[in-house]
Design a protein around this ligand. Structure first.
Ligand SMILES: Nc1nc2c(ncn2[C@@H]2O[C@H](COP(=O)(O)OP(=O)(O)OP(=O)(O)O)[C@@H](O)[C@H]2O)c(=O)[nH]1
Ligand SMILES: [Zn+2]
Length: 199
């Protein structure tokens, strides 16, 4: 299992299997699978889907463990406006938006880039926004063992925009707090510091 690879190697067996399935879907839609613009689409779609779900093969705890540094810093660290793209597990349509993550170190800080990497690992799976929020929260809590961790995600869901209820402007906010962020003053300080980013 690789921590985080540049995604240019596709599993041949998966590519072939998904390709055949996409072919069936496209011809099921009434399209001519042999026409020039579409003939390579099953393979492209197969690779795109493998890219978008690469998080299944990645271990987010290993990513964090790879860059933990002993440091006596006991104040809040916030990484805000982390863009994310995920797929809703109900319709396999995108939901996308921003994650705001904070933690209070407990003897160890973590390399800043690792937080967005953890967000990506969990986002690149079939998800619901609530579980995505908790996956990120629990992973940081269990691995870094900080004094506190907070995650806020704001996202728009294509399944609510392009189809179904067809609401273009609704934004869903989910949040989770552990440790010192369960105290109202700490939580409010965090929310104040990210308030300019909240919609
Ligand atoms: N809680 C939650 N619901 C989600 C998320 N993404 C999509 N959904 C919802 O999943 C639900 C699935 O409901 P169903 O009634 O089974 O599916 P549906 O008939 O396609 O529903 P509509 O979207 O209302 O047309 C819908 O209400 C979606 O809005 C998510 O991240 N979290
Ligand atoms: Zn959906």
């Amino acid at each position: 299992m690789s921590n985080y690879r540049f995604f240019d190697e596709y599993n041949e067996e998966t590519t072939e299997e998904l390709k055949n399935n996409y072919s069936n879907i496209i011809s099921g839609l009434g399209e001519d699978i042999t026409r020039e613009g579409i003939v390579k689409t099953p393979e492209r779609a197969s690779k795109a889907m493998q890219f978008l779900t690469q998080g299944y093969d990645q271990d987010p705890a290993e990513i964090l463990k790879g860059a933990m540094f002993a440091e006596d810093y006991n104040d809040m660290v916030i990484i805000k406006d982390i863009e994310l793209y995920s797929l809703c597990e109900h319709h396999i349509l995108p939901f996308f938006g921003k994650a705001h993550v904070a933690y209070i170190p407990n003897g160890h800080i973590v390399g800043l880039s690792k937080i967005p990497r953890v967000v990506d690992v969990f986002a690149r799976r079939l998800q619901v926004q609530e579980r995505l929020t908790h996956d990120i929260l629990e992973c940081i809590n269990d691995t870094l063992k900080p004094k506190g961790v907070a995650v806020v995600i704001e996202a728009s869901h294509m399944c609510m925009m392009m189809r179904g209820v067809q609401k273009q402007n609704s934004v869903t906010t989910t949040s989770g707090f552990r440790g010192q962020f369960e105290k109202i003053e700490t939580r409010n300080e965090f929310l104040k510091l990210i308030s300019s980013s909240l919609s």
